[in-house]
Design a protein around this ligand. Structure first.
Ligand code: 4AD
Ligand code: MG
Length: 429
């Protein structure tokens, strides 16, 4: 017999056996409280002198934080709250001791907590954020699987750079070099020709030597790519997608968002249509508050915050200058200084969540771009085949999982949105 805390409501009045870890203990005279955590939830187990096993009552003081235990008792409604059940406990059995658990309820520094990430994950807020992440990923899969997309996994070892060479992670591949994937996009372009609508979801790598609250070295990205979609179709897809995933997480992860003390108001407004601004309009907005901004440059985090503060929904910025974007971006046929790229910024200053655009589909233009960007043509020979054999207009985007989790959870740093973060200066534990 074995029961989970999340299922207690099914067993009112019945005897259950729970296995988990000691979250907290309290006692006052004739009554002792054990807060038990089993991964599915936390419940209060109440030991009442005279009603529980005598030995359990006397040995209660042996229980220490994060010790693993087995508890048996009877389920009853906790009348102080709605839908909360507690256990009138009979006894407990120690499974594994936990002397001097390092994370106490007092405040700890971030470095200390990051060094103990493997234990920190047991804490309420960390647990909640990772559950939100899991729901988000499920929502992402459901959205695309339900919309005729085929999942096409992209490789991690790659022969060439997708997002420029400055933050490439080089590694040995037997006697050759390889790079850890910065993006699955180029492979999704091949997949779009094979499947029409394709997406990948997996880890990607950027050797960024900077410590910011938005950058990880290893982060997860979902990348849809659709044959015959133009820039505007791409924005429409991104809008429907983001509305779906945000509303789904808000609906299914209410308890977790409450633990995280997330204000749901801004999230409930994440419903299409989202505002769309041309890069030039975005520059106007920025310049009013940051007169030093140089037209033609990429946005810094503070510039993105200025733009997003003007709207209460996520906002698309499209048509970035060609010069600051990757080699594969298609130039605007009306004005080659700008390209058919688009970023989506989250609300409340969460910054860029999505980057994407319409891809260059002309073989010769693409060949020139590869040269101009200092890339080696032979590395992209396979990619150029996609323009040699049935070239087609196509678009796609990448959404960063960790930034999206940070936004939905209202967390100020991406390090708490992935179970074991890899950051500049940290790959432990
Ligand atoms: O804008 P990025 O670099 O776009 C691409 O990689 C395209 N190839 C995607 C595509 O069109 N298929 O990255 C996309 C998103 C960003 O908007 C951001 O959310 C996230 O990936 N991202 C990072 N997240 C955490 N740490 C980093 N170092 C990130 N770099 C990008
Ligand atoms: Mg980007």
């Amino acid at each position: 017999m074995r029961h989970y805390i999340a299922d207690l409501h099914k067993y009112e009045g019945q005897t259950v056996e729970l296995k988990g870890w000691v979250y907290n203990t309290r006692s006052s005279g004739k009554i002792k409280f054990l807060e038990l955590r089993d991964g599915t939830g936390i419940c209060q187990c109440v030991y009442f002198r005279g009603e529980c096993d005598q030995e359990a009552f006397e040995n209660f003081k042996d229980l220490s934080q994060e010790m693993s235990v087995k508890v048996t008792g009877t389920v009853r409604k906790d009348n102080r709250f709605e839908n909360v059940y507690e256990v009138g406990a009979n006894n407990f059995e120690i499974i594994g001791p936990s002397p001097d658990y390092p994370i106490s309820p007092k405040e700890h520094g971030v470095d200390f907590l990051m060094n103990h990430r493997h234990l920190w994950l047991r804490s309420k807020k960390q647990h909640a954020a990772i559950r939100v992440r899991a729901e988000l990923i499920q929502a992402i899969r459901d959205f695309f699987n339900g919309d005729g997309f085929t999942l096409v996994d992209a490789p991690i070892f790659t022969p060439s750079a997708c997002e420029g060479t400055t933050n490439l992670f080089e590694t040995k591949y037997f006697d050759e070099k390889a790079y850890l994937s910065q993006s699955g996009q180029l492979y999704m372009e091949a997949a779009a020709a094979a499947f029409g609508k394709a997406y990948c979801l997996g880890p990607t790598f950027r050797a960024e030597k900077s410590k910011t609250r938005r950058h990880l070295i290893e982060f997860w990205m979902v990348e849809p790519e659709v044959a015959f979609n133009d820039l505007y179709d791409n924005m429409e897809l991104a809008e429907q997608f983001v509305e779906y995933i945000v509303q789904r997480v808000v609906k299914n992860k209410k308890a977790e968002l409450e633990v995280l003390e997330r204000d749901l108001e801004p999230l409930l407004k994440v419903k299409g249509p989202f505002p769309r601004v041309h890069y030039k309009e975005a520059v106007e907005l920025i310049k009013k508050e940051n007169p030093d901004f140089v037209d033609g440059n990429d946005f810094g985090g503070a510039d993105e915050t200025i733009i997003s503060s003007k709207f209460d929904k996520p906002v698309f910025v499209h048509h970035f200058p060609t010069a600051i974007k990757a080699f594969y971006m298609k130039e605007d046929p009306e004005d080659s200084e700008y390209c058919l790229s688009v970023d989506m910024l989250g609300t409340e200053g969460y910054g860029e969540l999505i980057g994407g655009g319409q891809r260059e589909d002309d073989l010769n233009v693409l060949l020139n771009k590869i040269q101009q960007h200092g890339l080696r043509e032979e590395d992209f020979s396979w990619y150029l085949d996609l323009r040699r054999y049935g070239s087609f207009p196509h678009s796609g985007f990448g959404l960063g999982i960790e930034r999206t989790v940070a936004w939905i959870c209202g967390l100020s740093h991406v390090r708490e949105t992935i179970p074991f973060p890899r950051m500049y200066g940290r790959h432990y534990p």
